[in-house]
Write a protein that binds this ligand. Structure first.
Ligand SMILES: *[C@@H]1O[C@H](CO)[C@@H](O)[C@H](O)[C@H]1NC(C)=O
Ligand SMILES: *[C@@H]1O[C@H](CO)[C@@H](O)[C@H](O)[C@H]1NC(C)=O
Ligand SMILES: *[C@@H]1O[C@H](CO)[C@@H](O)[C@H](O)[C@H]1NC(C)=O
Ligand SMILES: *[C@@H]1O[C@H](CO)[C@@H](O)[C@H](O)[C@H]1NC(C)=O
Length: 518
């Protein structure tokens, strides 16, 4: 009797420890779990075949644009090492891979030139290799990089012509890869493209009003670029729905970045400031794409500087996505600068009239991380998702990025960088928060970690390492960090850590999308 009850206690302890461990079985079977990258950040091979220079190839070769003076001419050399990288993903046990297509590799001169068959072949082989391992390609059609040729020829996003070029590019992609790709995103983080490109000028094409830029008008150009980008999105979705979706059976959406915001003070004006900050980052793009026009929060302030959609365009725009991709990393406090004067610092677009800070009364909003202004605030994930659920009628969502950066300080040993316990804590706590949102009815269908590999982190160069795999920049060797092992355990269940990567099981997937069709 005594023995039996002891055994029972032990059994209870075992069960409770298992219950506490988060793993994929607590998410729906069709849920996508993946890792993410983008073309410019990992591919290298910047002159391969007939590829033209992208805007980022040109920008990174200008002096003083990237903190460590680096560029992505080689970076992870994924263009040549992609098979190895697919093996890494297979060994993790993911069922999705989010990557982007380099426009200048596929159409070096946009619609003014031919497709480069060598560029096409690269993505063809990558997609086939993924499907062969049961991994769904989750493709971003444009992740910041575009042919410099289109910049030089007519000013890229400042011209209405860009809609035509973009539509031509996506048609080549749907036509060529759409038999196998079931998840398309038109753009990555348009908020960043237009504010960093045309307001602060810290990204290409380096436009802003002050002398740090080659030219520009920070008051006007971000809104024009956004307008053309939104119409290009609608045109792409329209084309996909009319010509490809029924036959190919995929979904198409857009990926937005969303920092969550908390009012700095418990006042009506700071609560309004939170709404404005979100409207200027998210609703600026999603309201037109879903409801057909810019949000009132933006229209009221920007007034006549905001371009106008014609009635015809409004009709073309409405309901132009199947899912929303959300990149979420952190939460900040927001202070109102509209009703009382304050410094609109660090707040592109300044038109939101807010001040961002990570600190209230000397206390940080969460544990700081090595990425500037990124704090660990897990609840922000749930709140972000609930915001989208309410504002956009529970449109299907994917978390298309979430992850943790390590600083690549000189002197940090490889051993320390591989022991990335902070990243594991971060991911686990954000996943718990995501689970909580799902339990409240949010239609979230996937979670994709940024990033598979350490890579070129835009203006931070190689000073931040977001990868589950460490990359040695000399040898380009990929080494799993502790977080890679954690993800593998999470995906395969506590007891099934399988070092053997040679298996090719098809993992639980949406039923329409798990067959290699080519
Ligand atoms: C590359 O461009 C050159 C010059 O335009 C052309 O002759 C050649 O056929 C192209 N190569 C490929 C692989 O498309
Ligand atoms: C939009 O981008 C700017 C950076 O240009 C950033 O300050 C802002 O927080 C972003 N908005 C959201 C909602 O993420
Ligand atoms: C890894 O880091 C944790 C604390 O973050 C430490 O307790 C542990 O000893 C480290 N392991 C190794 C192998 O360095
Ligand atoms: C990269 O690999 C080389 C060769 O194994 C090694 O000598 C070097 O220390 C490594 N560098 C880093 C930063 O890991």
């Amino acid at each position: 009797m005594k023995k039996a009850s002891l055994g029972f206690v032990w059994f209870l302890q075992l069960i409770s420890s298992i219950i506490c461990v988060l793993d994929r079985s607590q998410f729906p079977p069709s849920f996508l779990f993946g890792t993410a990258t983008s073309s410019y950040q990992i591919e290298g091979a910047y002159l391969a075949s007939n590829k033209s220079l992208s805007n980022w190839d040109v920008f990174t070769h200008l002096p003083d644009k990237i903190v460590d003076g680096s560029n992505a001419d080689v970076t992870d050399n994924h263009y040549y090492l992609y098979m190895e990288d697919v093996e890494l993903m297979d060994s993790l046990g993911v069922n999705a891979y989010r990557f982007s297509i380099s426009w200048s590799r596929v159409l070096p001169k946009g619609r003014f030139g031919d497709v480069d068959p060598v560029g096409i072949e690269f993505y063809d082989k990558l997609i086939d290799a993924l499907l062969n391992k049961g991994i769904q390609p989750f493709v971003t059609l444009n992740h910041y990089d575009l042919p410099q040729y289109l910049e030089d020829r007519y000013g890229s996003w400042l011209s209405f012509q860009m809609q035509e070029d973009y539509t031509h590019f996506v048609e080549v992609c749907f036509e060529t890869f759409g038999d196998r790709v079931k998840y398309w995103s038109t753009f990555n983080e348009p908020n960043i493209t237009v504010t960093l490109g045309y307001l602060s000028g810290s990204y290409p094409p380096n436009h802003c009003s002050d002398s740090s830029c080659i030219s520009g008008d920070s008051e006007i150009e971000p809104y024009i670029a956004a307008h053309n980008l939104i119409l290009a999105h609608a045109s792409a979705v329209n084309l996909y729905r009319k010509k490809y979706q029924v036959k190919q059976g995929g979904m198409i959406g857009i990926v937005v970045d969303c920092i969550w915001y908390e009012p700095l003070r418990d006042t009506p004006t700071d609560r309004l400031a939170v709404q404005r900050a979100l409207a200027f980052g998210v609703a600026w793009f999603l309201d037109p794409i879903i409801y057909g026009d810019y949000p009132p929060e933006v229209r009221q302030i920007v007034g006549s500087r905001l371009p106008i959609f014609s009635e015809q365009e409004k009709e073309l725009l409405s309901n132009k996505l199947d899912f929303i991709g959300i990149n979420h990393y952190t939460t900040l406090y927001v202070k109102d600068c509209l009703f009382s004067h304050c410094e609109r610092l660090g707040t592109p677009p300044g038109d939101a009239f807010v001040h961002f800070t990570g600190e209230r009364d000397g206390v940080l909003i969460g544990e700081p991380t090595p990425a500037p202004t990124f704090y660990l605030v897990p609840d922000g994930m749930e709140k972000t998702i609930m915001y989208f659920k309410e504002r956009y009628n529970n449109t299907p969502m994917f978390i298309t990025e979430n992850g943790y950066a390590q600083a690549n300080y000189l002197g940090d040993s490889v051993k320390d960088l591989l022991n990335d316990t902070k990243r594991i804590e971060y991911l686990q706590s954000y996943l718990e928060s995501l689970k909580s949102a799902i339990s409240q009815g949010a239609d979230v269908r996937g979670f994709i970690i940024w990033s598979l590999l350490d890579n070129f982190e835009w203006t931070y160069g190689y000073t931040l390492r977001f990868g589950l795999y460490y990359v040695n920049w000399t040898t380009l060797e990929r080494i799993p960090k502790l977080s890679a092992l954690w993800y593998k355990q999470f995906l395969n269940g506590e007891k099934k850590i399988d070092q053997d990567s040679s298996h090719t099981t098809i993992r639980p997937l949406l039923s329409h999308s798990n067959v290699l069709q080519k």
